[in-house]
Design a protein around this ligand. Structure first.
Ligand code: IPE
Ligand code: IPE
Ligand code: MG
Length: 251
């Protein structure tokens, strides 16, 4: 852990978040406010995502995790789910080359086995192509639910215990963390949610245990680099204590 004794004003400039996670919410309401179909909100949401990835790279953020489709979003009308799948396919097909050129490393978290094979293949292709990149790590949470992720980890650990390869008392928080979808990545320092809703909606339940939360009253299609900077400025004013008594600004 870094030295934490310096006062906030001194540490603040070191306090840029290493890992930012975003719940991109409010596409539908953005469209409804303009008398447009929800699909138009989703389309504009992809543009906001492009801007955000660019801004995150410019701001020197190491890891950007985006919530793009939740395990529960299958509950939406079939036509909307279909549109969201089309947009994901299009995003990967159209933007992958550009992301790769900009040294972005794409990672995917979420449940893959039940996905349409074509989509699964695209996701794997994005990871394989960009696996060696050293710039921004873009983690796409797709068909993702925090409870489901923890349950998958628990199942794999339970199998090992059942086979006698691990003792029950070896099942610690550290072990469980090692069985999550991206165990090598640090926890998010900052979780941003747009649209004014103030809930996690099953996003990164385990990893966000000590994250700072910033809820913005704007809809996702209006998000841009300035909004990201605003959220980071708010994050830098926070004091992180991790259960101890020494305040730390930033990560
Ligand atoms: C976020 O916008 C996009 C996804 C969940 C895929 P919404 O579609 O949830 O928009 P609202 O919340 O209904 O306005
Ligand atoms: C969370 O937003 C999921 C994504 C942003 C992908 P939702 O719009 O699905 O969340 P709820 O239903 O309002 O909680
Ligand atoms: Mg929503």
């Amino acid at each position: 852990m870094p030295d934490t004794k310096a006062p906030t004003s001194l540490t603040a400039r070191f306090g840029a978040p290493r890992h930012v996670a975003i719940i991109m919410d409010g596409n539908g309401r953005w469209a409804a406010a303009r008398g447009l179909p929800r699909s138009e909100g989703h389309r504009r949401g992809v543009e906001a995502l492009r801007r955000t990835v660019r801004a995150a790279g410019e701001l020197g953020i190491g890891i950007l995790t985006i919530f793009s489709f939740s395990s529960e979003n299958w509950l939406r009308p079939r036509a909307e789910v279909r549109e969201l799948m089309v947009l994901l396919r299009r995003f990967i097909r159209n933007d992958l080359a550009e992301l790769h050129k900009n040294d972005v490393r794409v990672r995917i978290i979420g449940e893959r086995d039940s996905l349409d094979p074509e989509i699964r293949h695209l996701l794997e292709e994005a990871e394989a192509l960009t696996g060696g990149n050293r710039g921004l790590t873009l983690v796409v949470a797709f068909n993702y639910g925090g409870r489901q992720e923890i349950a998958r980890a628990a199942q794999r650990i339970a199998e090992e215990v059942a086979r006698g390869r691990r003792a029950p008392e070896a099942v610690t928080a550290e072990l469980i963390a090692n069985y999550l979808d991206a165990p090598d990545l640090p926890d998010p320092d900052l979780v941003i949610r747009t649209s004014g809703e103030q809930r996690l909606s099953n996003f990164l339940l385990w990893q966000a245990a000590y994250s700072e939360f910033v809820f913005l009253p704007i809809y996702w299609p209006d998000f841009d680099g300035a909004a990201l900077e605003h959220a980071i400025a708010e994050y830098r004013r926070r004091e992180r204590r991790f259960g101890g008594l020494i305040a730390r600004t930033g990560s």
